[in-house]
Design a protein. Structure first.
Length: 459
């Protein structure tokens, strides 16, 4: 790193989220190129060469960048619909609209979703996209290009559906792919876009949508495909009591046993929601190191229930946080999930002992990196890791009277982001994106939402 350009951040509170939860009330952090070179208490070492910028971060907390582990970007243009539905009714209400999306719509929605997350401290995002209407264009490419323009680190979970209404599934018949078509398109997406390098900005996972929208064969062959290509696997699991009933009626077993029978438990797998998990299910996830993307706001919006996150963590299940699609979490940003993960889990059996502020921050950073398979590169502030980090301003009216900065960040109002760095590159300054035009994105997302509404009404 001797020849790399350096950015020095000083006079800042630091929450490293490393294995020991090391924190400094006032310290420094040095970025060299795209890596964290050093950090510690007090001021930075004297005599550093090639320092191109020094930041006096008094009144700030620096944390690892937030890691979003479950989302559906396309839903940005169908926000605010079916607001009083449970999951199955909500899906039935919205699938006919979603099945009419095209490439310009998906591009606009991805840009909106990414911009909202990035300006709020997300440095690694993912998108589980599973709706591919025939003739709709290069949807995966549009999503990936939007992430590249925004400047965030990104995982595309290339989804698929092949179980439609005629087969006992929920999606309309015209909204699904064939088994062979889905597998071929997924493999092509991995081969074209997946980067396995340490500092990769784009990765791809294999992600059939859910037990009630894909065939058993698509699940089984999807798992085989992912392992042959060396990429991760993602799907929805155990989200609602209706899903559990569906699995028992159709497969003669609960969701976890069904997933295990199709090869879908393992340390290369993470599942969204996992709300309705019994002790045996949690033990199976812990035994196989299967990860969970916890989406508290969406779970509440759709009345799905309270996931047993404290029990999962105690058993050793890897857990991260997810925004989920913005048709079931209209705010579209991850800070809300830090706070809601803590608050909603305290309504469960463990009450005030369910989660602490620091555990919530860990879910949103290191936990997310872990289930995306990137804990060696991101998720904590440690020398040698990639420089994905956020400076949160905590000396304004909203937070200044809270002595503990981590408590202020998690339980307080959404903290302003003074600076956000991804791969050593600053992408946010004083709450505004440096990489894209937020106002132009707002206009385009509104236009595409209105176009989709017109098409749906006329169809």
């Amino acid at each position: 790193m001797a020849a790399a350009q350096r950015t020095v951040i000083e006079n800042v509170a630091i929450a490293t989220v490393d294995a020991e939860d090391t924190e400094y009330a006032s310290g420094h952090l040095v970025i060299a190129g795209n890596r964290i070179e050093s950090l510690g208490p007090g001021r930075a070492p004297e005599g550093l060469e090639n320092v191109v910028r020094r930041i006096d971060a008094s009144g700030h907390l620096v944390t690892p960048g937030l890691v979003n582990t479950h989302h559906h970007f396309y839903q940005w243009i169908t926000r605010g619909l079916a607001t009083d539905h449970n999951l199955f009714d909500w899906l039935v209400a919205l699938y006919p609209t979603w099945a009419r999306i095209d490439e310009p719509m998906v591009r606009a929605a991805a840009r909106g979703s990414l911009a909202m997350m990035a300006r709020g401290g997300v440095t690694t995002a993912m998108d589980h996209h599973y709706v591919f209407p025939e003739g709709s264009g290069d949807l995966s490419g549009a999503i990936i290009r939007a992430a590249q323009e925004t400047g965030v680190r990104f995982t595309l979970a290339r989804g698929s559906m092949d179980r439609s209404e005629k087969d006992g599934g929920l999606p309309p018949d015209f909204a699904v792919e064939t088994l062979d078509g889905a597998l071929a398109a997924t493999e092509e997406t991995v081969e074209r876009h997946h980067d396995a390098s340490f500092d990769a900005m784009t990765q791809v996972a294999v992600a059939p949508c859910s037990p009630f929208s894909v065939s058993t064969e698509l699940l089984r062959q999807g798992a085989e495909l992912a392992r042959r290509l060396g990429v991760r696997l993602h799907t929805h699991g155990s989200e609602t009591v209706e899903e559990e009933k569906f699995c028992h009626e159709l497969f003669g077993m609960g969701p976890t046993d069904y997933f295990e029978s199709t090869g879908w438990l393992g340390e290369d797998v993470w599942m969204a929601h996992c709300v309705h998990m019994n002790d045996s299910d949690i033990a199976a996830f812990a035994r196989t190191r299967t990860g969970v993307a916890h989406c508290p706001s969406s779970n509440a919006r759709l009345a799905a229930g309270i996931a047993r996150v404290p029990d999962m963590l105690a058993a050793g299940v890897p857990v991260g946080l997810g925004v989920d699609g913005t048709a079931s979490n209209e705010s579209g940003e991850l800070h809300t999930e830090l706070r809601n993960a803590l608050l909603i889990n305290r309504l469960g059996a463990h009450r005030e002992a369910a989660l602490s502020a620091r555990q919530a921050l860990r879910l949103g950073t290191y936990g997310g990196a872990q289930i995306l398979g990137r804990a060696a590169q991101i998720g904590s502030l440690e020398p040698g890791k990639l420089a994905d980090l956020v400076l949160w301003k905590l000396d304004t009216l909203a937070h200044a009277s809270i002595a503990d900065p981590v408590t202020a960040l998690v339980l307080g109002a959404a903290a302003p982001v003074t600076a956000s760095f991804v791969n050593g590159r600053q992408i946010v300054e004083d709450g505004r994106l440096l990489t894209v035009d937020e106002d132009e994105i707002a206009r385009s997302t509104r236009q595409e939402a209105q176009r989709l509404a017109r098409i749906t009404a006329g169809g």
